[in-house]
Each structure stands twice: as C-alpha cells, then as structure tokens.
Design a binder for this molecule. Structure first.
Ligand SMILES: [Ca+2]
Ligand SMILES: [Ca+2]
Ligand SMILES: [Ca+2]
Ligand SMILES: [Ca+2]
Length: 408
C-alpha cells in the first residue's frame, strides 16, 4: 500500500475534514451560550482561544496526512515442503559404468532456499566390491526449483549373480522435512550362468598301493554365485568291486570367483599284465550352472610286463604196446590279466614221429589268471630194446607273453 503518491493525499482529505468537524462539535458546550464554566462564568478571551484550538486541530490533522504509513504484515500459514528420493533400476552391463539416476523432489516449490544432504549406502551391492561408486554431497534447491537429480556410477561385470541393491539416504534438511529419505537402486544382473564340464584323466598304474586319477571340473567362467555339482564314479572295464579303483562320489563346490576344481579317484596297483582299464566320472545336479560335458573317462594305464612262458623237460617210460601219455607242463612267470597263448609242435629227435610218438601241434591257452597248462604227447610202445630216445616240443608265436630262454 503505497501512500506516498499525490492522489493519496486527496483521498485522505475527506476523513480529515470529518475529524475536524467532530472537534468543532465537541467544543460547542464551551463556546455556546449555555456553556458551563467553573464558577459559572466564561473567562475573558476563552472563545477566541477555543476557536484557535479548533484551527490548530484542523492544521495538525492536515500535516499528519503527509507522513501516514500503514505496515501490512502477511503472516505465512504454509508448512515447509517435504522432500523425497525415488528408487531406480539400472541394467548392470558387462564393462565400464552406467548411471543410476535418483530424483530428489520437493512436495512443492518453496520461497526459501532448501538444502538436504545425500549419501550412498551399501545394500547387497558393495562399493568396496566394485559394484558402484560411492557418492555424497549437499543438494541446494533454489527458490522455485522442485526437483534435482543425483547420478551414481554403477560398474558392469560378467559375473552371473543375483540383482543387487544399494541406497541413497537423505539427511540434514533445511527449510524442508524429509518424507521418503531412502531411495533404493537395483542393479539388474545381465549375465548368463557359466557351464560346467569334466575332463578325462589317466593314471599309470602302480604295482602296490594306489595312484590318483585327477579329473578337472571346470566352469566356462567365474560366477558371482556359489556353484555346486555332484559327481559319482561308474564302472567300465575297471571295476571298483574287483579292486581296480576306489568308487567315490560327492559334491564339488565352487565359491564365487572359482573356476576349477579337481576330483581325485584312487586307482589300485597290481602286478598283473593287463589291458588298460577305464571307468567314468559322471556329473549331476548342477546348482547355479548347467552341465556342458557331464561324463569323463578315467584310464588306468597298465605298467606290468607280460609274463614269460617256460617249460621243463619231461620223460616218460615207454610201454610195450599201445601208447602211453607224456605230460609236458608249461608255466607262466606270473599270472596275467590277459589270456596268454602259444603255439607248439613236436619235433623229432632220435625218436621218430609216428614210430616212437604221435606227432602233435596246436595252441596252448592260459586263461587269464592261470599260470600252468599241460600238453599231452602220445608215446608209442614197443618191445624193442633200444637206446633212450628223444624228441622235442617247439614253442612259438606267444601272445601276451614272452618265451623264456630255456626251451623244453
Ligand atoms: Ca554384466
Ligand atoms: Ca553380473
Ligand atoms: Ca602294476
Ligand atoms: Ca596291472
């Protein structure tokens, strides 16, 4: 209300004149013929004095109109606004950084400069673990501004993991109250689970004790989640119940970040010459992974030399008629896990074929695990007095064995 403009004085004149008129009427009892003065008489010069007072009243009122001011106080009846921070989702990415952008908003604009502090806080996402970059500071809302943004850097990776969260917390409000003081940022994982595979293994057999076949179980990449997979041995030509290896099963655990584990299977030594034997290790029940190669072959490489075949000389007393049997024993130096065979044929010496013995030939077979076999030769009897005669049995073509230096 500006009262300094000239037309303001014009507007003030009517009330001033009215005020002066009231003063004049108030003086009437003192100036009229019925005026009652002390001691019942009007003092000399009183009428002139009162008229002068009336004139001064009019003049004073006129001067007051020149400086009149009215202070208008508008008492604000509005509460301060409140401030809230929203929640955001951001796709993680595989490398570099992306931004989680929080919006901090006032419930209404304010005529005051509004300030509030902000700071990030770990949830499942950890700044120290590289999931995001910490951020903190103060937000100033100039009068009339209702919202501001707070970007927070989120770091990408290639780990399969669950969605993770962190927070943006508000504090120290000025000219504002905090309504929603915590915003949640959800980092959405975008990585596939790694696969798991098991590799073949082989071990050279020992003669005593055990040797381990080491199977590598590997993930295609690291994971942010704990991974487990079960394993179990399965008989092949190697049979656990026969003592070839020690059956085993269990659960393989990969803590987050681990990509390789080893499964050991004990293989039992022996001295049997045998074929290489194999068994399998199977994977099953993968957790937080899938199986890309679920069966590995374990090969037990035999380290035993083939046995030697040896024969002893034999003698037989000739009969007078018909034939009698001469038995020739062939032996192996050690039992074998393989079938051993060797060819034989009789060879005449001073004894003549047919006249003194029945020629024979064939293949002598030692079933696996046996060490002794016999060849029977028919000796022809006669009544002729004669020197001791001899013939021989020649061995050749040994299979899964060698011939000893000493012949039979
Ligand atoms: Ca990723
Ligand atoms: Ca990830
Ligand atoms: Ca052996
Ligand atoms: Ca062996």
């Amino acid at each position: 209300m500006n009262r300094t403009r000239p037309d303001g004085l014009l507007r003030a004149l009517p009330p001033l004149l009215l005020c002066s008129l009231r003063n004049a009427v108030a003086l009437v009892p003192f100036v009229g013929p019925e005026a009652r003065w002390p001691r019942g008489r009007r003092p000399r010069g009183a009428t002139a004095f009162l008229l002068m007072a009336l004139a001064m009243s009019v003049a004073l009122n006129a001067r007051a109109a020149d400086t009149l001011r009215a202070v208008g106080t508008i008492i604000d009846n509005d509460p301060p606004p409140s401030v809230s921070v929203d929640s955001v989702n951001v796709v993680e990415g595989d490398a570099g950084s992306s931004q989680a952008i929080f919006t901090v908003a006032l419930s209404s604009v304010s005529g005051w400069p509004v300030t509030v502090d902000f700071a990030t806080a770990d949830g499942g996402a950890e700044a120290a673990g590289g999931d995001y970059a910490t951020a903190s500071g103060a937000l100033l809302f100039p009068p009339g501004v209702a919202s501001l943004q707070v970007p927070v850097a989120v770091h990408g990776d290639v780990l399969n993991e669950g969605d993770e969260t962190f927070y943006l917390d508000l504090s120290n409000p000025a000219h504002v109250t905090i309504d929603q003081g915590r915003g949640v940022a959800t980092i959405e994982d975008d990585d596939a689970a790694p696969t798991v595979s098991i590799s073949d293994a082989s071990v050279v057999e020992t003669d005593t004790g055990q040797a381990n076949a080491a199977f590598t179980v590997a993930l295609s990449g690291p994971s942010g989640l704990p991974i487990t997979v079960d394993y179990s041995t399965v008989d092949g030509t190697a049979v656990a119940a026969n003592g070839d290896y020690v059956a085993g099963s269990g659960t393989i655990s990969f803590p987050p970040g681990t990509v390789s584990k080893t499964v050991l299977v004990a293989c039992v030594g022996d001295s049997y010459d045998e074929f290489d034997e194999s068994f399998s290790v199977d994977l099953s029940d993968p957790v937080n992974t899938s199986i890309s190669r679920g069966r590995a072959t374990g090969t037990i490489v035999d380290n035993d030399a083939p046995p030697q075949i040896s024969v002893a000389g034999f003698s037989v007393t000739e009969g007078n008629t018909g034939t009698s049997k001469g038995r020739l024993e062939a032996t192996l130096s050690a039992p074998s896990g393989k079938a051993v065979s060797v060819d034989y044929v009789t060879v005449a010496g001073t004894a003549a074929a047919d006249a003194d013995y029945v020629p024979a030939s064939g293949t002598l077979v030692f079933p696996a695990g046996t060490t002794s076999q016999f060849i029977t030769i028919q000796i022809v009897g006669d009544r002729l007095d004669e020197p001791t005669e001899d013939f021989s049995v020649a061995f050749s073509n040994p299979v899964n064995a060698t011939l000893s230096a000493a012949g039979g």
